[in-house]
Design a protein around this ligand. Structure first.
Ligand code: IVH
Length: 674
């Protein structure tokens, strides 16, 4: 065992290290070490403290889950009220706000600090002499609930502040929330345990914060973002603007929105609104709008408050992503692989900025699980470009004549029997390519942009080609003439000729595209590329058995079986033969093969903010190319991909002489731009 002096020093070092890594992970989103390395530090600290209990302090990272469950939350009065914001829903509202601010301040132009409006729960944190001493919910704005024990478990919140001139009392205000991915994982776990699902990340965060047992809160991975301080607390610091105050909070290691900006005038406000509306779906957490704040803090005071909301700030809300509607019918669509997908027909409803009349119900089990019936009032969700879905039914509003959905026994398109395999959620039409619905989807996939890229081969044309029996398989496309097409609806001479030319052009393609275009189950673009690289020509792929297929990287038994089954089917082979006979020439893509060699098996570390890709997107791309992404730089690292504001990984890479590349160079390695 270490001698006490050594132990005390080691405990200090471990605490600083853990706090440092918390900050890197939660505030900077740029971890330097892996989760396993972090856990090892934490374990060592726990063990040392167990051996030397006299070294334990309330601010130790091990003391985040410190107290036993309580019976209820105590009420606390806020030192200064937690106000709400006035809401705006239109560009005109935002312009009117700017006008009021200009008039109120007697200025021609006003500078604003603009931020995302986090869709979580307002919380105020009280620091006494730099140590977290209390945390309370908003409540009615004047008094809230004491949730200190739960809030201490949130690792994004510093237990101690490290600052030179801290006031004896500092209130930091912000929002507690749950990341979308943590919400998904939580609901996945709830589903596995057959427990109640949470409706959205906000509700899940609220539930986690109101747990009487802090140990449960700790497991829910809550996050925190700061957006301000208690009423006049900024006066303790040398700051004049809200934006400077936010920088200061960031220096004190509070997570603050990366997307915060300073803009001027009404155009600045609406420009920010639009850019965040576009970014919304890609953010790791939910936001329900943006917040505009007059940047000059003295000006804020001058404008003051009306009733319970500040005149100097405004929440500009996004259109809600969820709305209620009524299910008028449940219909069934047949997809490319014959999957029967139930789709809810809805009374038109405006949600997520568009009018929605259909929403997917995924499959039979989902309908049962969500207990959705025809006639039900339901919550419809449309987030970003994601296809609208029915989230749940509002059971309280169910009419007595609501009907349960029954999966048809026969395919609604071709009348063939349907089947549902024992361990699958989907029901499929058994007719395969004899089912016109499937044939249509196969053709659409074949001509899609990432497959053979046949421009003009859209739904309307494919419907007519199949319905009139002009085309049965993809190979038949190559025998169509402009005259034949010109006789179809919406096919004037010029467009008929264009489609025929596009079909002819698609003969020159790559092996990877052709494999992908065949629409083999479980074979996406990446697998298609791997298969093309591995086998080099179609004949070898078609004759490979499952063992041979499994030698391809990332091809497991399920994928191997799908491929082998596909080529064992005589009509699929006939289609391939027909394509080759029609002159389709798949070239092995040498360029891609070389490019992938630059990434495959290589170790990458990401640091800083890349200009276009998010961290996850960069990671996905590298992994799709067979590379690995790790959290820390070591001798094994091949490339460090650095964006703006890179962290210490950059310095470490320089020390070790590792190649440091930017996003453009990464994309080049991945052969996405050249
Ligand atoms: S400032 C005096 N900034 O929105 C104004 N609030 O209606 C204090 N919220 O419950 C609020 N993101 O919790 C501010 N960037 C942000 C925010 C934000 C979310 C919440 C806040 C409050 C509600 C105001």
């Amino acid at each position: 065992m270490a001698a006490p002096a050594d132990a005390a020093a080691r405990v200090q070092a471990l605490r600083s290290a853990i706090e440092h890594h918390n900050h890197r992970y939660y505030a900077l989103d740029d971890p330097e070490i892996s989760d396993a390395e972090y856990d090892a530090l934490f374990r060592e600290l726990t063990q040392l403290e167990a051996a030397h209990p006299e070294l334990v302090t309330p601010s130790s990272p091990t003391q985040r889950v410190g107290t036993a469950p309580s019976a209820q939350f105590a009420a606390v009065r806020h030192r200064s009220p937690l106000l709400s914001l006035n809401n705006a829903f239109s560009i005109e509202d935002a312009a009117a706000f700017d006008r009021r601010c200009r008039d109120g301040l007697g200025r021609d132009q006003v500078e604003y600090a603009v931020e995302p409006k986090f869709d979580g729960l307002a919380i105020t944190l009280t620091y006494r002499d730099g140590a977290l001493a209390g945390a309370a919910t908003r409540g009615d704005g004047y008094a809230g609930e004491d949730v200190t024990a739960n809030v201490r478990t949130i690792r994004a919140i510093p237990l101690r502040l490290d600052g030179k001139a801290l006031p004896p009392l500092l209130e930091v205000r912000g929002e507690v929330l749950m990341l979308k991915r943590d919400f998904d994982a939580l609901n996945e776990a709830q589903r596995a345990r057959e427990e109640r699902l949470f409706v959205n990340p906000r509700n899940a965060a609220a539930g986690a914060l109101r747990q009487l047992d802090p140990a449960i809160t700790a497991q829910r991975h809550l996050r925190f973002f700061a957006y301000g301080v208690g009423a006049d607390d900024w006066r303790a610091f040398n700051v004049k603007r809200h934006s400077e105050l936010m920088d200061l909070l960031a220096q004190l290691h509070f997570p603050v929105a990366r997307q915060r900006q300073v803009v001027r005038g009404a155009d600045g406000l609406t420009g920010y609104y639009k850019s965040m509306a576009a970014e919304r779906a890609a953010l790791p957490y939910d936001i329900d709008g943006v917040v505009y704040k007059v940047n000059d803090l003295e000006d804020q005071d001058r404008l003051g408050y009306v009733s319970r909301a500040p005149r100097f700030a405004l929440a500009h809300k996004f259109p809600a992503e969820e709305a209620q509607s009524v299910v008028t019918a449940i219909e069934v669509q047949v997809g490319r692989t014959g999957a029967l997908t139930p789709v809810a027909r809805l009374q038109p409803v405006f949600v997520g900025g568009a009018t929605v009349t259909n929403a997917t119900l995924h499959n039979e089990d989902e309908i049962r699980r969500k207990d959705i019936r025809i006639g039900d009032t339901v919550v419809v969700r449309r987030a970003g470009d994601v296809i609208p879905e029915v989230v749940r039914s509002v059971v309280e509003r169910r009419p007595p004549d609501a009907r349960e959905f029954v999966m048809p026994a026969r395919c609604p398109v071709c009348g063939s029997k349907v089947e549902r395999l024992p361990d699958e959620a989907v029901t499929r039409c058994t007719a395969g390519l004899f089912c016109p619905a499937q044939r249509k989807q196969v053709l659409l996939h074949f001509g899609s942009r990432r497959a053979l890229d046949i421009e003009g081969l859209g739904e309307k044309l494919v419907d007519q080609l199949i319905d009139r029996g002009m085309v049965k398989t993809a190979a038949d496309l190559y025998h169509l003439t402009a005259d034949q097409l010109a006789g179809l609806e919406r096919m004037a001479g010029k467009s008929a000729a264009n489609v025929v030319a596009a079909i002819a052009n698609s003969r020159q393609t790559t092996l990877a595209r052709l494999i992908y275009a065949l629409g083999i189950r479980n074979v996406g673009e990446t697998t298609a590329r791997d298969l093309a690289d591995h086998f080099g020509d179609l004949e070898k792929l078609m004759t490979a058995d499952e063992d041979m297929l499994m030698r391809v990287s990332d091809v497991g038994p399920v994928v191997a079986q799908s491929i082998a089954r596909f080529f064992a089917e005589p009509h699929n082979r006939a289609v391939v033969d027909g394509l080759l006979a029609a002159g389709v020439t798949p070239a092995r893509d040498e360029r891609r093969g070389r490019a992938r060699a630059a990434v495959r098996g290589r170790h990458f570390v990401l640091t800083g903010t890349l200009p276009h890709l998010t961290r996850d997107e960069a990671k996905d791309k590298i992994e799709a190319g067979g590379g690995h992404v790790t959290g820390s730089v070591s001798k094994k690292t091949d490339y460090v991909v650095a964006g703006s504001d890179p962290g210490s990984k950059y310095d470490r890479a320089q020390e070790l002489g590792i190649s440091i590349i930017d996003e453009a160079a990464l994309l080049k390695l991945l052969d996405e731009k050249s």
